[in-house]
Design a protein around this ligand. Structure first.
Ligand code: PGA
Length: 265
């Protein structure tokens, strides 16, 4: 894993936007995340698009997850949220922005169809991820199979509590979601996880330095052949090998681009 530490959330966002921008330049299929963490990154990308530096016209996008029971036009659905915070502000074709249908009559079938849709699209090239305070990625809660595919997950009470801020009461937060599995995320070409703020420090420590364990679903990224973890100082505070990660970050070989891959010639 590549661990990049920056002084503040805004710098994390700039670094993430640079990587996503490089992918968009290649017409990549992007995996998008909702939640508070990627918002600054989306703002950076929108700004680059408005300056004419970037186009998403050749890209497709797949969301990580969707609440079961919320129709696509529900204001808190992730279908709606991603349009509001990102995709309606750039030139990606709206019909190329995919998410599971939370209102599907048979959500378990919808989950399998979504998994297949990703496979049929040729897979996700770059998957953006947030990190739950309990170590979840997408809505893969503790004890998720490390090879799981898209399915229905019961949200952890901690997750329901964390997400209650988007609803008028905790009781309104859906209890289930359709989520890409850990196996689905492992198949992405490049996994890019962002975590900022001290509330994420423990989860970052478990993800990077803890044992590979379903108790911390994000630790599955230790198995990903190309995972980048970008954190701010506050989220990095619990890392035992912090000095080494900083050393690696400042000794990047010349041939490496911002995404860790050989530079495009
Ligand atoms: P957050 O959520 O970005 O709103 O902190 C992250 C997550 O729960 O995956």
């Amino acid at each position: 894993m590549e661990i990049l530490i920056y002084p503040a959330a805004q710098v994390v966002a700039r670094a993430a936007a640079e990587m996503i921008g490089l992918s968009a330049q290649r017409g990549a299929t992007l995996g998008l995340a909702t939640g508070a963490t990627p918002l600054l990154t989306y703002q950076e990308l929108i700004a680059s698009y408005r300056r004419g530096e970037l186009s998403f016209a050749q890209s497709k996008a797949f969301l990580l997850d969707e609440y079961v029971g919320l129709a696509p036009n529900h204001p808190q659905s992730y279908h709606q949220t991603i349009r509001e915070v990102f995709t309606s502000h750039i030139d990606i074709d709206d019909s190329a922005v995919h998410s599971p249908d939370g209102a599907a009559e048979r959500p378990w079938e919808q989950a399998q169809e979504y998994e297949q849709l990703i496979i049929d699209a040729g897979g996700i090239d770059l998957q953006l991820l947030g990190l739950g305070t309990n170590g979840h990625i997408a809505f893969n809660e503790p004890a998720t199979s490390l090879s799981s595919t898209t399915r229905i997950e019961t949200l952890h009470p901690q997750t329901v509590a964390d997400n209650a801020r988007y609803f008028s009461s905790v009781a309104e937060v859906p209890t289930h979601a359709i989520t890409q599995g850990l196996g689905t995320i492992l198949r992405s070409g490049h996994a890019l996880l962002l975590a900022t703020g001290k509330a994420k420090a423990e989860a970052v420590e478990r993800l990077v330095e803890g044992p590979l364990s379903a108790s911390c679903p994000a630790s599955v990224l230790q198995l990903h052949p190309h995972a980048t973890i970008i954190v701010d100082e506050a989220a990095a505070a619990g890392l035992a090998n912090l000095d080494y990660y900083r050393y690696v970050q400042t000794h990047r070989p010349d041939w490496q681009g911002a995404d860790g891959l050989p530079r495009l010639v």
